[in-house]
Design a protein around this ligand. Structure first.
Ligand SMILES: [Zn+2]
Length: 428
C-alpha cells in the first residue's frame, strides 16, 4: 500500500521521447481531461470554457479514442482504468496494476507462450468488475471459459436444456441509477419468491439459474436488465416452451407493476431457447460494448440526453468512461452515479447447488480471479521501483504488455530503452 505515495498519478511530466506514428495510451491520458483536473477559465460574461477546446476538438479526440479502443482493446482498458481512478480517488482501483504487493520486490513481467499474452506479477489488483475495465475484462473472460461455457455444455450434453431469459422494465430519464436498480432487483427476487414463480420453476423443471446484472445508459436514462440462464431438466416440447414463455411474461408484468413500474408484454420479458442463442450470449458474455460507439454524435446525444433524435442501444458503463476520458464532464458524473448505485451488488450469481449439478467446482470470488496468475508463464523481465514509476508515469503499462506478449526479450529491451530503462532480463 505504501506504493501509492511513491508512484505519482499519471499526468505528471513525461520523460520518454514521443514515438511518432504509433497511437499510445499516453495520447489519451495525462491530459487535463484525463486526470479529471479540468481547469475552467472565466470569461468576461462569467461562463465557463472547456480547456479541452471546442466540441469539434473533443469530437476528434473521442473518435480517435474509439478507433484506438477497437484496434488496441488491452491498451485502451488501461487508459479507461486511469480515468476511473481519477474520477474515484478513494476507490481501490487507484492501486490496481500500479502499486506493488511486496515493496521489497521488483515488478515481474511474465509471458504466456500458448496464449501469446503477458501479465504482471507483484502488483495489486482491485478485482472490481463494475469499476475497473482491466479487472472486469479478465474476470469476465475467466468466468466465460471456466464456468459458463463448460456449465452449459455439461448440462445440455446430459440431454437437458438451457434458456436465456431477459428481464427489463420501463424507466424514465429522470429516474436515478439506484432507483431503477432497486426496482428491478426487488421485482426479480419477488418473481421467483411468489407462488406463481415457484410454480413455473416446478412445472418446467428449472433446476437452477445463473443471473447476470447489466446496465446501459440511453436517452431514457438508466436501463438495468437481468440476463438469466435457466437450466431446465430434460427436454420441453415446443408448446411447453410457449406456455412457459407466456406464464413468465405475465408474472413478470405483475411483479413489476407491484413496484409502481411497468413492463410491457413484448419488451419487458424475453425468452430464448435455441442452443445457438444461448451459446451466443455465453460466448459474448462480458465483452459486449467494447468500442461499440462509432461517432461522437451518437455517444454525445446519448450521454447528454438533450438531443431528441433516437439512438440505437445505449452506452455501457465503460463507454461512459470513454466519453469522460474524452473530456465530457457530464459522462464523468454519470459514471459516479453508477458506481454509487452498484456498491455491494453482485454482478453474476449462481443459484445454490447448480454448480455442482453441472460439474463445476466452488465459485471463485472476483478478487481471487483478478489475482490469479496464468499457469505455464515464464519470467521475461523485472522492473525495479524507479523503472516501474517511469512506465506508470508515461501511461505505458498496456503497451509494455503488448510488446511482452510476443515473448521476445530483444523487442522488450528495445521498447524499454525508449524510456531509458535498463531492466533485469533473466535467462529464458
Ligand atoms: Zn482492477
Amino acid at each position: 500500500m505504501q506504493d501509492i505515495d511513491t508512484v505519482p498519478a499519471v499526468g505528471t511530466k513525461s520523460t520518454a521521447p514521443a514515438r511518432p506514428g504509433v497511437p499510445t495510451e499516453s495520447q489519451f491520458v495525462g491530459t487535463p481531461g484525463a486526470t479529471g483536473e479540468l481547469e475552467t477559465v472565466p470569461t468576461s460574461v462569467g461562463t465557463k470554457i472547456n480547456p479541452l477546446g471546442s466540441t469539434c476538438e473533443i469530437t476528434r479526440r473521442f473518435r480517435n479514442f474509439v478507433h484506438f479502443w477497437r484496434e488496441n482493446p488491452r491498451i485502451a482498458r488501461f487508459a479507461l482504468q486511469t480515468e476511473a481512478r481519477s474520477l474515484l480517488p478513494g476507490h481501490r482501483v487507484r492501486n490496481c496494476i500500479r502499486a506493488r504487493v511486496d515493496n521489497r520486490r521488483p515488478v515481474d513481467v511474465y509471458h504466456v507462450p500458448h496464449l501469446l499474452s503477458a501479465h504482471y506479477g507483484n502488483l495489486q489488483t482491485c478485482g472490481s468488475v463494475w469499476v475497473c475495465p482491466v479487472c472486469a475484462s479478465k474476470i469476465a473472460s475467466r468466468r466465460r471459459t471456466d464456468d459458463l461455457t463448460p456449465g452449459v455444455e455439461n448440462w445440455t450434453g446430459q440431454g437437458n436444456m438451457v434458456f436465456l431469459a431477459t428481464f427489463t422494465m420501463q424507466h424514465l430519464a429522470g429516474d436515478t441509477c439506484s432507483e431503477v436498480l432497486e426496482a428491478i432487483t426487488n421485482a426479480h427476487s419477488e418473481f421467483w419468491r411468489f407462488r406463481a414463480g415457484r410454480r413455473i420453476k416446478q412445472v418446467y423443471g428449472i433446476a437452477g439459474k445463473v443471473r447476470s446484472l447489466e446496465v446501459t445508459y440511453g436517452q431514457n436514462g438508466w436501463h438495468w436488465h437481468y440476463h438469466v440462464l435457466l437450466f431446465v431438466r430434460d427436454k420441453l416440447s415446443l408448446s411447453q416452451v410457449e406456455d412457459m414463455h407466456q406464464e413468465m411474461a405475465e408474472h413478470w408484468q405483475y411483479v413489476v407493476s407491484r413496484s409502481g413500474k411497468f413492463a410491457d408484454s413484448v419488451h419487458g420479458f424475453d425468452l430464448r431457447h435455441s442452443d445457438r442463442q444461448v451459446v451466443d450470449y455465453v460466448s459474448k458474455y462480458g465483452s459486449e460494448g467494447e468500442g461499440k460507439i462509432d461517432t461522437w454524435t451518437e455517444a454525445h446525444e446519448l450521454a447528454m440526453s438533450t438531443v431528441k433524435r433516437s439512438a440505437r442501444g445505449g452506452l455501457t458503463p465503460f463507454q461512459i468512461l470513454g466519453l469522460s476520458l474524452a473530456g465530457e464532464e457530464r459522462a464523468g458524473q454519470l459514471f459516479l452515479e453508477y458506481v454509487e448505485a452498484v456498491k455491494g451488488k453482485k454482478q453474476l450469481h449462481w443459484s445454490k447447488g447448480l454448480r455442482k449439478a453441472v460439474g463445476l467446482l466452488d465459485e471463485k470470488t472476483d478478487e481471487e480471479i483478478a489475482t490469479e496468475q496464468e499457469e505455464h508463464a515464464y519470467l521475461l523481465a523485472q522492473l525495479d521501483r524507479e523503472h516501474w514509476r517511469l512506465i506508470v508515469e508515461n501511461a505505458a503499462r498496456g503497451e509494455l504488455l503488448k510488446v511482452a506478449s510476443l515473448g521476445d526479450q530483444e523487442a522488450l529491451r528495445e521498447f524499454l530503452s525508449d524510456f531509458g530503462i535498463n531492466a533485469y532480463y533473466p535467462e529464458v
